[in-house]
Design a protein around this ligand. Sequence first.
Ligand code: ADP
Ligand code: MG
Length: 313
Amino acid sequence: MPEKKLEELPGVGPATAEKLRDAGYTDLMSIAVESPKTLAEVCEIGESTAVKIIAAAKQAADVGGFETGDQVLERRKNIHKLTSCSKAFDELMGGGFESQAIAEFYGEFGSGKTQICFQLAVNATMPEEKGGLGGEVVVIDTENTFRPERIVQMATALDLDPIETLQKIHVARAFNSHHQMLLVEKATELARDKPVKLMVVDSLTAHFRAEYIGRGALAERQQSLNKHMHDLLRFADLNNSVIAVTNQVAAKPDAFFGDPTRPIGGHIVGHTATFRIYLRKSKGGKRIARLIDSPNLPEAEVVITISEEGVRD
Ligand code: ADP
Ligand code: MG
């Protein structure tokens, strides 16, 4: 049975269908699982209309059913794994960084969060047989730390054409947390034309930390971060992409943020990120990467190096 077209849903005319598609809701399932509030906002329709559209999409898309474990296993065969260029790091991650998941790198300033994101960006452009994703990359840069020169160094070290590699990496500066969230929507548009297989958000939390200050703002901050994380997960699912985000922990104790070894965003980021990796500096350019939280892998740590060529064992 061919899936119903969006226009066949009650309350959806050609104009609304176009708004839905523009916002990335190209199939019924993506509408069926959306909240009325978000759908209304994104598509500029009334919330009661959104409720009706979602209800109709739920019926048409046949959601809410259970799958047997072997069906889930079959679906997980679509998951791709992205190499880090370190065998030990890949093994720590169960064979590489999984698509349809968020990996969060947290650690102090200079612990290697951005360098690892650069390496993943380069690697995602490589063909699958080399551990890449044969795709393109979106980088949401909030701290102005994207350096094409570093990409050139890392690409050259892997015998990749540096310019071709850079042409597959789409970078946008995010000027505040709202802009940052909007860029995920923009990335969804881009992903219709390009196979965006990796999205980097570096840093995930810096704008949120700077903008929502004081106890009173905490709930609002967590709510926005929660939405942002779910937008990212949705992007990961729709595009079978890897999401890599960074989260800086304060170097010294902070009256408001508390324990310096705990990343901000606390529960929200922690529970939505699929993999959390704690990075810390060690001697001679070495870094220790510790897998903190994973649905199916043991907590463990490995040593990696960061050199001019990039991330290695
Ligand atoms: P953060 O965790 O704050 O994002 P970075 O990922 O930017 O930190 O790590 C910065 C560190 O990466 C530098 O201190 C340096 O050790 C290393 N690094 C950066 N560029 C190079 C390079 N070209 N060659 C070797 N090491 C580098
Ligand atoms: Mg950084």
